[in-house]
Design a protein around this ligand. Structure first.
Ligand code: DMJ
Length: 558
């Protein structure tokens, strides 16, 4: 069967009843009832509680409101009048709370709808495979480990999608086997599969997930058997062999330094130190390595010599991004006791400010560019949009105020990367205009116009909202969800990455739903809209770079 043309894709999407409200009153009532039934017990209780509050304050303050409407002054004592105005105020405040909560509940439901829509197609056409191809209604295989299914487990748990979770859990129990002759990428498998299994174990308490995590962690260990102890990029989890890519003996910086949260947690849970030892060794080696520039690291490291290669090129984007993220998060995970991690993180942020942060000419948007042999390039990957969230997390954990100042400015820029595009979706890479005067702030090269359903901006919006409670961050996230629904949602099920965020008529569906759309993007949107600040509190959990929450370790008794 041929994939439908782009025109079909759009018209199919637009005709999808889930993305448009019905005009028909009967249908609307049915749909409201359906939505009500889908609310969790907590959400229903919240609605009842707010309604009760509204009713009580409404009844109590009714006389004062009607008197005021009739233009009468309060005829009683000052104390009495004061109490009445308090009631009056409480009534309108509960009304406001009710309206805000109703809107948030609607937004939470929209995320759950999006998840169900994506999951339906994964189930129908790609069950147990790595990725859904929603246009051709088929699947793609990367490692053959059911990537999307495992990446989504904790999202389903958090979104309270019990039926879907149970089916997926059965698959893990009966079908998932790591005893297969297959090459996997150490980093991708660690953050998506090991991270997904560990966080699901924590959320559910089901030992099945820990057992699987331990099996996988053990099979990944051969990657660390290198002359330098810097791991190879690829491991054959069936044969127990590991190797670098065919064309080089280098590994990617971000890859070898963003597997630590998961391996360290595996050691803590199993009480077997070897997992933690191998990844701590990598951090120790990198800590004392020369070739950094004010804490910024090159993008590659050699597995034989243990030295940086391709020196002099610095970015916070692809190949380096999560090195910086994991410095801070490991420090938080370990109870803020490992000073070398903090030292490296603080130095790196100073390096970012000194060498990579600039402002655009026209509107003074703050961005993070790249440095290549001392030449500044005003280019920023969408991947860099993890940084506002990470900076805010650091500030929340006692790091300097100017980290938060920078986070606020970068968050605005990441928002503009969506808002200024015709589809409301960010491209993969943007270039900024450094010239003073007028013109556009943001340019997009033709080769960079795609959108892969990436999470970094909504991830940072989640952190920014949790720490500031500024509702504009929720509104920005809501706009992004609308744009995903308008331009990437596929009729019949699934979401697809697209080729061109500047063309709302023909966005060019790419026929691929990345596992991180369910693992990260929708999870962060849900957490952004949730009023429950104890749901994965950032004082108790640290999210790995694939949005899998792992506990912050309880501090050991002194
Ligand atoms: C994810 O796999 C992780 O967030 C990783 O750190 C970066 N790339 C993707 C999402 O964009």
């Amino acid at each position: 069967m041929y994939p439908p043309s782009t025109k079909d894709f759009i018209s199919l999407t637009l005709s999808d009843p889930h993305s448009h409200s019905y005009n028909n009153g009967k249908h609307r009532r049915q749909s409201c009832w359906r939505k009500w039934k889908q609310l969790s017990r907590l959400q229903r209780s919240l609605v009842f509680f707010l309604l009760a509050l509204l009713l009580i304050f409404g009844l109590l303050s009714f006389p004062s409101i009607t008197e005021q409407w009739r233009g009468k002054q309060c005829p009683h004592s000052t104390h009495h009048c004061y109490m009445r105005s308090l009631l009056h105020y409480s009534f309108f405040y509960s009304l406001h709370l009710f309206v805000v909560s109703a809107r948030n509940i609607e937004r939470l439901e929209a995320v759950r709808d999006a998840f169900r829509h994506a999951w339906k197609a994964y189930k129908d056409y790609a069950w147990g495979h790595d990725e859904l191809k929603p246009i051709s209604k088929s699947f793609g295989e990367w490692f053959g480990l059911g990537l999307t299914l495992i990446d989504s487990l904790d999202t389903m748990w958090i979104l309270d999608l019990k039926e879907e979770f149970e089916e997926a859990k059965d698959w893990v129990e009966k079908e998932l086997s790591f005893n297969k002759n297959t090459d996997v990428n150490l980093f991708e498998t660690t953050i998506r599969v090991l991270g997904g299994l560990l966080s699901t174990y924590h959320l559910t308490g089901n030992g099945l997930f820990l057992e699987k995590a331990k099996d996988l962690g053990t099979r990944l260990m051969p990657a660390f058997k290198t002359p330098s102890k810097i791991p190879f990029s690829d491991v054959n989890i069936g044969k127990g062999t590991a190797h670098p890519p065919r064309w080089t003996s280098d590994s990617t910086m971000a890859e070898v330094t963003s597997i630590q949260l998961e391996f360290r947690e595996l050691s803590r849970l199993t009480q077997e130190p070897q997992y933690q030892e191998v990844v701590n060794e990598v951090m120790k080696l990198v800590h004392q390595l020369s070739g950094k520039q004010d804490g910024l690291v090159p993008m590659f490291i050699n597995t034989n010599s243990g030295q940086f290669t391709h020196k002099g090129v610095f970015t916070l984007g692809a190949r380096a991004d999560s090195y910086y993220e994991y410095l801070l998060k490991q420090w938080i995970q370990g109870g803020k006791t490992e000073d070398e991690l903090l030292e490296d993180y603080l130095q790196a942020i100073e390096g970012v400010k000194k060498h990579l942060v600039r402002q655009t000419g026209p509107s003074r948007l703050t961005f993070v560019g790249e440095l290549s042999h001392n030449r500044f390039n005003p280019k920023m990957d969408h991947l860099v949009c993890f940084l506002p969230g990470t900076l805010a997390l650091g500030f929340h954990n006692g790091l300097p105020d100017d980290h938060m100042d920078l986070a606020v400015k970068l968050m605005e820029t990441c928002h503009q990367m969506y808002q200024q595009m015709e589809t409301g979706l960010s491209p993969e890479i943007v270039h900024f205009n450094l010239q003073a005067s007028d013109g556009r702030d943001i340019f997009v090269k033709p080769a960079d116009r795609h959108n892969l359903l990436r999470p970094e901006t909504v991830e940072s919006l989640f952190y920014m909202y949790r720490f500031t409670k500024d509702t504009k961050y929720r509104d920005w996230g809501w706009d992004i969800l609308q744009s995903f629904n308008n331009y990437t949602k596929v009729s019949g099920g699934g979401y697809t990455s697209i080729n061109n965020v500047r063309d709302p008529i023909n966005p060019g569906p790419r026929d691929k739903m990345e596992s991180f759309f369910l693992g990260e993007t929708l999870k962060y949107l849900y957490l952004l809209f949730s009023d429950d600040m104890e749901l994965l509190s950032l004082d108790n959990y640290v999210f790995n770079t694939e949005a899998h929450p792992l506990p912050i370790w309880p501090s050991s008794p002194k």
